[in-house]
Design a protein around this ligand. Structure first.
Ligand code: GEK
Ligand code: PPY
Length: 246
């Protein structure tokens, strides 16, 4: 397997039938480029994970990165924290993502305690953790499965632990939502995506990526038992929340 990364051109030519979006080999091969050009604030959020961990993570505690894809959050943490500071477990359902993540993390941060598990975050057996990351992953779960997962994650966190939840969001107000979605498409255009790419990817993501509103996220976190949550980052219709376990 090569570790080359390609420019995302998946939706650049007209497709007879646009298939449901999936995290297959084709997506894995261009994923770093796709996510950086498609998620406003992605790099800034990653950069803050280590900063937040420095303030909130008990020394040596476990960090779960759920839906870790290529392990970018693990790399970001390892770039800022020494090896003894944390024990990283990345989890992803896509075998193609998991094998690439293992290769990258093994070669980029051999000193850090890092493991990557292929599995479904809905059924994983969680061990106690100091920090749980859901960086643009919850949005891909069926909405009916989201509340139960959040309750299990709250249970797995140690007292004083934090959960970081980054998501594409839907504004509760329709007019506000339409403006954010239009400017998001402008953002993608400014990053080199054509109208065809934007519209075919939108079709592929229908009923696959289902955004909630910020209000729904905060309400779910409260119901799961988190004593406090706040939105620490927003750029267009993408946001990141932090939730605290007492
Ligand atoms: N049930 C599931 N169980 C495990 N993994 C899942 C599941 N459903 C989806 N995934 C995985 O969640 C990841 C979502 S991408 C995360 C980016 C990363 N966090 C990053 O910081 O670069 C976000 C995006 O592409 O917008 C994919 O790798 C899926 O295979
Ligand atoms: O590209 C989009 O339209 C998105 O919503 C972001 C995204 C980024 C990477 C994979 C799937 C969705």
């Amino acid at each position: 397997m090569s570790d080359a990364s390609y420019r995302d051109a998946i939706f650049s030519t007209p497709l007879d039938r646009v298939a449901r979006f999936s995290f297959d080999e084709q997506v894995v091969a261009c994923f770093p480029d796709m996510i950086r050009r498609s998620v406003p604030g992605y790099g800034q959020i990653l950069g803050m994970l280590g900063v937040i961990a420095e303030r909130h993570l008990r020394h040596g505690a476990r960090v779960y990165d759920l839906g870790c894809s290529l392990g970018a959050a693990g790399l970001a943490l390892a770039g800022r924290l020494p090896p003894a500071a944390f024990d990283y477990t990345g989890v992803d359902l896509s075998p193609a993502m998991v094998s690439r993540a293992r290769e990258t993390l093994d070669s980029e941060c051999p000193e850090h305690a890092i493991s990557v598990v292929e599995g479904d975050i809905r059924t994983l057996d969680y061990r106690p953790a100091g920090m749980i990351l859901l960086n643009f992953t919850l949005q891909f779960l069926p909405p009916a499965d989201r509340d139960a997962l959040m309750r299990r994650l709250h249970e797995a966190l140690e007292p004083g632990g934090v959960l970081i939840l980054s998501e594409k969001i839907r504004a509760a107000d329709e007019q506000e939502n339409a403006w954010l979605v239009e400017r998001y498409h402008d953002f993608k255009r400014a990053n080199g995506y054509s109208d065809l790419e934007i519209s075919q990817k939108r079709t592929a993501l229908e009923n696959v990526l289902i955004p909630d509103s910020l209000e729904a996220h905060h309400a779910r976190l409260a119901e799961a038992g988190f004593s406090r949550s706040l939105t620490w980052f927003q750029f267009l219709n993408f946001a990141s929340l932090i939730a605290f376990k007492e």
